[in-house]
Design a protein around this ligand. Structure first.
Ligand SMILES: Cc1cc2nc3c(=O)[nH]c(=O)nc-3n(C[C@H](O)[C@H](O)[C@H](O)COP(=O)(O)OP(=O)(O)OC[C@H]3O[C@@H](n4cnc5c(N)ncnc54)[C@H](O)[C@@H]3O)c2cc1C
Length: 545
């Protein structure tokens, strides 16, 4: 319940889950489940989406935040995959111009590397051509260029490098996923986080999924004509439990990133070859820098950062940068760690395939059982996944009355123009907080699209709505208000780590000490504020005074 005694968006939706017969139930609210729900709902299907944790609470919050065409797959001659991913990247840049931004990759070349510098430059030109010349052209870098333009890079042992373009997610991956969940909700999808699927079985031509509302600790059952398994690294376990046999399965590759204070002022991705020969990045993230990643086999989806992972990332970065002092564990502000679900043939030898595994996705349909599983994939390819799920749904008899509707993209340019005009008239950018990395109007538009117009209205009505609440962050009272009503925030972590990126750029201890945190919790959780705060910090709940 909210403070006015009416049920929250999540409570309403959990209630609807057991009362409705859905065309499609999507299990898993990572990027693949979110785009499936968004595409199907926008095209007119009756859709439900559940996740046993928060939306984007797993793999889709642990990526490198890049939308990229996969330049490295040129080495394994996967031109078809590179072309497909480049097209997917270009479509994302075109559809989400304020969120998915072209960014320069500044790649250095060690003298003794397995390929020569000119060969790599040639590869970068080929990559540019395969990408339809959509981005800025590649450029050769001499040692002198690197020393001048990125003095932080250690140039000893290099014979130069090259620069090329890909794209990155300005906010972060989890916020990007939320955009699709919100869009699905806007089109009538019944989505709820913290609802776990316990098992699905066929009954008289439909699927009955037994599920558990993790918050209320209650069981419910959900009926659907079609079941989509978008459980990412858990998809195989879920299929095994539901007796669904598939021709594909996953092998898992663990990847770790560390966040540290900003290392360079330039907004570029510094690109190195790590000691194991794989690509290694220094990526801008707001006021911080994200470094990584690792790529090691994992035998289960639940992973955490090990001391060896930390050592590997820190050693590799310290060797490649000229820093006033080497980075150490005490410099780590936050960590990210997840597994890449990589698709292989179920009958094949995953170990043998490991070295050649690419990051394609596969959508496998069992027409007789009306069941679809999404295997593998990348955030970059998400719009294709949404399209392909619609094709499969149509093939399996789900009616999509608006089958040609474009289901993705930012609002129409006229709405954008209207927003920025109104923002100018009320002097919104003058209210930008000093700790903010960009103008307020730009940030609100990127995060909320047309909903940002309602925020302008609420600031006009009550200027306190433009106040920053948690002083170490840049989020305003009206954003917290919106999150409480529209963003299905169940735990404090949902807001700090996924709806916003506060937990990635502010140290845990600084968040705990932030004077505005209690008020933020009151806005988000009403009477439950203290309990939610205590839950986040793993503290006992203080007795009420
Ligand atoms: C280190 C790393 C770096 C990466 N970098 C990039 C990159 O830069 N660019 C890029 O494009 N891609 C990148 N990727 C790949 C990309 O992040 C993943 O392919 C993508 O996030 C997978 O999304 P998903 O929806 O399939 O899985 P997930 O995000 O894991 O979603 C699956 C969901 O299913 C839910 N679930 C599981 N079981 C149940 C159940 N019983 N009931 C209900 N829900 C359930 C889980 O809670 C989870 O939220 C990277 C991945 C990693 C790990």
């Amino acid at each position: 319940m909210n403070d006015h005694g009416s049920p929250s968006l999540r409570e309403t939706n959990v209630g609807k889950l057991s009362r409705t017969r859905f065309d499609v139930l999507v299990l898993g609210g990572g990027i693949n489940g979110a785009v499936s729900a968004a595409a199907l709902a926008a095209r007119g299907a009756r859709v439900a989406l559940i996740d046993r944790g928060d939306f984007a609470g797993s793999t889709s919050q642990e990526s490198s935040n890049l939308a990229w065409g996969g330049i490295k797959y040129l080495e394994s001659w996967e031109f078809g995959l590179v072309r497909k991913l480049c097209r997917a990247r270009n479509l994302l840049i075109r559809s989400y111009p304020s969120t998915v931004e072209e960014i320069r990759f500044y790649a250095v070349h060690p003298r003794d590397f397995r390929h020569g510098r000119w060969k790599l430059l040639l590869g970068a030109w080929l990559y540019w051509a395969i990408g339809g010349f959509f981005t800025r052209r590649p450029r050769l870098l001499s040692r002198g260029d690197i020393g001048r333009e990125e003095p932080i890079v250690e140039i000893d042992g290099l014979d130069g490098g090259f620069e090329y373009s890909d794209a990155y997610l300005h906010d972060n991956d989890a916020r990007f996923v939320w955009r699709f969940v919100r869009s699905a909700l806007d089109h009538g999808c019944v989505a709820a986080n913290y609802v776990e699927a316990l098992g699905s079985s066929r009954d008289g031509g439909e699927w009955i999924t037994r599920a558990r509302d993790v918050v209320a600790r209650r069981e419910l059952s959900i009926r659907s004509r079609l079941l989509v398994n978008a459980c990412g690294p858990w998809a195989d376990q879920v299929n095994a439990r539901d007796a669904v046999r598939t021709a594909h399965r996953h092998v898992l590759s663990k990847g770790v990133h560390l966040l540290v204070d900003r290392l360079t002022q330039s907004r570029r991705v510094l690109t190195f070859f790590a000691d194991d020969g794989r690509l290694f990045f220094v990526i801008p993230m707001g006021p911080k820098t994200c470094i990584g990643t690792t790529d090691t086999p994992a035998d289960r989806p639940e992973v955490e950062v090990s001391p060896e992972d930390r050592r590997f990332v820190l050693e590799n970065i310290n060797k490649r940068l000229r820093l006033p002092r080497p980075l150490a564990e005490r410099d780590i502000v936050a960590e990210r760690c997840g597994v890449r679900p990589l698709v292989v043939d179920a009958a094949g030898d995953g170990a043998r395939d490991w070295m050649q595994l690419s990051r394609k996705h596969a959508i496998e349909t069992n027409a007789e059982e009306r069941h679809v599983t999404i295997f593998g994939g990348k955030l970059t390819d998400c719009l294709n996944v949404g399209e392909e799920i619609c094709v499969e749904a149509l093939r399996l008899g789900v009616a999509l009355p608006f089958a040609d509707r474009v289901w993705y993209g930012e609002p129409h340019p006229a709405v954008r123009e209207q927003f920025f005009h109104q923002a100018r008239l009320m002097g919104l950018d003058g209210m930008t907080s000093p700790q903010s990395s960009e103008a307020l109007s730009t940030r609100l538009w990127r995060r909320y699209g047309d909903e940002a117009l309602a925020m302008l209205e609420s600031i006009r009505r009550d200027p306190r709505m433009a106040e920053v609440i948690i002083e170490t962050s840049e989020y305003l009272r009206c954003e917290l208000d919106d999150a409480a009503r529209r963003e299905m925030v169940v735990k404090l972590e949902d807001f700090l780590r996924r709806r916003s990126k506060i937990a990635l750029v502010v140290r845990h201890e600084d968040i705990r000490r932030a004077a505005g945190l209690r008020e933020a919790c009151r806005i988000l959780f009403g009477e439950e504020a203290d309990a939610k705060r205590a839950e986040y910090f793993g503290e006992p709940l203080e007795p009420a005074r």
